[in-house]
Design a protein around this ligand. Structure first.
Ligand SMILES: *Cc1c(COP(=O)(O)O)cnc(C)c1O
Length: 823
């Protein structure tokens, strides 16, 4: 569709609106929607009004896309994910719809600062970390690529906890009350509510088996629009909220049992009450299984209702041509038996037909290599909560085992591969169910996909090699470059002559030649300097930190987990500090650094929490010691979230990706940093491998053991104490922790950490310590040559275009979903 100037205005639903019109609409919304005069409005009120106006600008494109999707012949994508770590919506919606400039004008006309308005938004933290952020990047890219798609998930009333630190430097968790004052983006669509049932038993009528559940909740969708960047497509993120069918029991109330009257409501709403703050290890909680089944059952029923509107007996053999579902990790895998149940029990298909449909619509992304992170549910729990699904899972398992027997697979191997383990208390292995019940299994980086095939799912890949593929993760350049780093974005556009790189990130390659252009290098250095100054101001305002902008900004931001090895970083800091204290190192010989951590620990993860406490206390001691002033400081801004990432990443010069080789599936933080002109110090793990091969070995600080070294050391028998004895720097650092230097003389504070380092150290922090220390001088050396450093950073940016989530989505389309943009 084109307007009079011949411009494709559908590509940017808002781009025909002038700043003045937008100002009028926002004023009107303030007056009529919130009953406040624009001149009297607070930032929060203007934010809310702006969101409502922007949302309205997208409605037409949204509706058009929906009806084209249902009537068209393009297979849609249903992305099933228990988490979406969205970040703030307003700046992103303005950018993607082409409303950025009109909004700037409108704010000027109304007398508000856009940044104050953006600051009024609470970020929806409906995810823990990388996995949830990946889902958010993928729905952005699906819309941007013009692919009809749904994101399906849960609208948690409380998202990831807000982190605070107490006087002793320990983590405290506070509820994330993001819905406290309402939220303008979600639209509660009561007309599409679905019943989701639990419990009860299965009854046989002839050869038909039907589930007679004993309780149910109402799943109400809250719809969020997902505007593509300059694509004209607006998809839906449908997040389900649990409600009670009987909100209030009047009879109970009338007997003066006021609390009892709301018990059913409380019980039902518990299901979507809170996000599990676990990262990568599952917690075997009944409520968690309830959450998983709740959103998956509602989503499958919703998809069928969407594609077969009003049909009482739809021909569901066509379902695989309408939609395919991507299972983001094992959390939604209960969808496989649920679809089998729908097809057989509610629509009358036989097993074989139902299985053929089911296995063609599901695909599974595995996100881990840690065996303890592969979900296994006690059969007893599934049988109790979902008795019919338990029967179906057993039948899937029985047939699968029979198939393996027919292929002459040994009994021993069959036992390793069973979906339902053979034990007194059997368990259901959700990753195996997903592998058997879907078409494709993918890992999230080359190395990870290889290790899945060679180790984690070896038996399966040997028998079904055609199922296994790789899609290396990606991040959206709109949020993580354009919005987070406007200065670098402007410089890139200047260098490349247009901003087309924002939807075709491989174009960044064109910057490589400019790495040798002195005036471009100067401008790049200037951008980083200005970003650092911005972060200094942000950190002063938000955390009260005094950061010296003339130090190297060295950042490690990610969930706190032993395998990620924040311990290695903090031990290196302590070792450096110890060397200065003992006079072995002249602080003036070091490149001055500000070491910045950001990390939340799962509330029940004791070792991770002790590490947080240690980092905070190292910061307290180091930052207050005049002997290292100007040479070394440590900062730990609390509550790492998208907002902090967006501020810190553009200002970072060195980022830390130092997990034990073979443990980080991909990482996406590493990609965000490379795209923002930071150099990485890292191990050969996850997507680091691909980043390094693209940016070149000279532009990446590689250290440490590789996967084979780690395996060898495990099998030889790993003795961390030998490393402690062998490297005096390491010994000094651990001794300092053990002797109470960071706990005011109290020796027991970090006892668990110290004991673990010296006796177990499963992730081999100590074994990699010397290599990590040694590379620090190489880093310092490189940093002293500021232009050389900038050149390397530019080459990182130029060669990281591959790590766009647009490319990842295109890989999914080609390798797994076999679909594309709306016809
Ligand atoms: C990108 C991102 C992550 C993932 O970081 P990794 O370094 O890949 O673990 C986690 N949390 C937030 C807020 C992010 O933006």
């Amino acid at each position: 569709m084109t307007n009079q100037q011949g411009l494709d205005y559908t590509a940017r639903p808002g781009s025909t609106v002038s700043g003045h019109e937008l100002a009028n609409q926002i004023s009107q919304e303030l007056r009529l929607g919130q009953e406040v005069e624009p001149s009297q409005a607070t930032s929060a009120q203007v934010y809310k009004a702006s969101a409502a106006v922007v949302r309205r600008q997208m409605v037409e494109a949204w509706q058009r896309g929906q009806s084209q999707m249902v009537q068209g012949h393009t297979r849609a994508v249903g992305y099933l994910s228990a988490e979406y770590l969205l970040g703030k919506q307003l700046p992103n919606a303005l950018l993607n719809t082409g409303l950025e400039a009109p909004f700037q004008q409108a704010m000027q006309e109304l007398g508000f600062e856009p940044d104050d308005i953006f600051a009024a938004e609470r970020e929806p933290g409906l995810g823990n970390g990388g996995l949830g952020r990946l889902a958010a990047c993928y729905i952005d890219s699906l819309s941007s690529e013009g692919v009809p798609a749904f994101g399906y998930g849960i609208r948690y009333q409380y998202g990831i906890f807000e982190q605070a630190f107490d006087q002793e430097g320990r983590q405290r968790e506070l509820a994330d009350t993001w819905l406290e004052e309402g939220e303008p983006w979600g639209f509660e669509n009561f007309g599409r509510a679905r019943r989701v049932s639990f419990g009860g038993s299965v009854v046989a009528e002839g050869d038909r088996r039907t589930w007679q559940p004993d309780w149910a909740v109402k799943a109400v969708p809250v719809d969020y629009m997902v505007p593509g960047y300059a694509s004209g497509r607006v998809n839906t993120l449908r997040l389900w909220e649990a409600k009670a069918y009987q909100e209030f029991d009047l009879a109970t109330f009338n007997q003066s049992d006021y609390i009892g009257a709301v018990v059913p409501k409380v019980k039902a709403e518990t299901i979507s009450k809170v996000l599990y703050p676990e990262d990568s290890t599952p917690q075997g909680k009944e409520l968690r299984l309830e959450q998983q089944y709740f959103f998956v059952a509602a989503s499958l029923a919703d998809a069928i209702a969407t594609f077969y509107p009003g049909e009482r007996e739809p021909d569901l053999t066509t379902l695989p041509s309408k939609i395919c579902f991507q299972l983001n990790d094992t959390h939604p895998v209960i969808g496989i038996p649920e679809l089998m149940r729908l097809l057989m029990d509610e629509h009358g298909y036989g097993w074989d037909e139902a299985w053929s449909i089911t296995t063609r619509v599901f695909n599974y992304t595995c996100h881990t290599l840690l065996p303890e992170a592969l979900e296994e549910w006690p059969a007893q729990l599934i049988a109790h909560l979902l008795p019919r699904h338990w029967e179906i899972i057993q039948e899937i398992d029985r047939r699968f085992v029979a198939d393996l027997q027919a292929r002459q697979v040994s009994d021993e191997q069959i036992d390793r591969m069973r979906i339902v383990t053979k034990a007194d208390q059997p368990k259901v292995r959700m990753a195996y169910l997903a592998t058997v019940g879907g078409s494709y299994v993918n890992g999230v980086a080359e190395l990870h996909s290889q290790l899945l095939k060679d180790v984690t799912l070896k038996d399966f890949s040997a028998l079904f090699p055609e199922k296994f593929t790789n899609v290396t993760n990606g991040v959206t350049p709109r949020r993580f470059v354009r919005l987070a780093n406007p200065r670098l974005s402007a410089l890139i556009s200047e260098g490349l002559g247009s901003d087309a790189w924002l939807s075709d990130l491989e174009q960044l390659k064109g910057l490589e030649a400019l790495a040798d252009d002195p005036s471009f290098v100067d401008k790049f250095i200037e951008v980083k300097r200005a970003n650092k100054a911005d972060f200094v101001a942000f950190a002063q305002r938000k955390y009260g930190f005094e950061i010296d902008p003339d130090t190297m900004f060295d950042s490690m931001i990610k969930r706190l987990h032993e395998y990620k090895r924040q311990s290695l970083k903090i031990l290196a800091v302590i070792a450096q500090y110890a060397a200065v204290k003992s006079g072995q190192v002249d602080p003036r010989s070091l490149v001055p650094r500000t070491v910045i951590f950001g990390a939340k620990a799962a509330p029940g993860y004791a070792m991770a929490k002790e590490t947080i406490q240690l980092i905070n206390n190292v910061a307290r001691v180091v930052n207050n010691d005049p002997q290292v002033a100007g040479a070394l400081s440590v900062r730990f801004p609390w509550n790492y979230n998208i907002e902090l990432a967006e501020h810190l990443i553009p200002a970072t010069e060195l980022d830390e990706q130092i997990s034990q080789a073979g443990k980080e599936a991909s990482g996406t933080g590493n990609m965000k940093f490379a795209l923002n002109g930071s150099l990485t110090v890292g191990t050969l793990d996850g997507a680091n491998v691909e980043i390094r091969s693209r940016v070149g070995a000279d532009n990446f600080f590689l250290f440490g053991m590789q996967v084979e070294d780690v395996d060898r050391l495990y099998s030889e028998g790993y003795d961390p104490r030998a490393y402690y004895e062998a490297d005096p720097r390491l010994k000094a650092a651990i001794d300092m922790v053990a002797s109470g230097s960071f706990s005011e003389g109290e020796r027991s504070t970090y006892r668990n950490l110290v004991e673990d380092w010296l006796s177990k150290d499963y992730f081999m922090t100590l074994a990699d310590f010397s290599a990590y220390m040694d590379i620090q001088s190489e880093i310092d050396e490189a940093y002293r040559d500021q232009r050389g450093w900038a050149r390397k950073a530019i080459i990182n940016v130029a060669n990281s275009g591959f790590f766009s989530s647009d490319r990842a989505v295109k890989d999914y389309l080609e390798r797994i979903w076999h679909t594309g943009p709306q016809e």
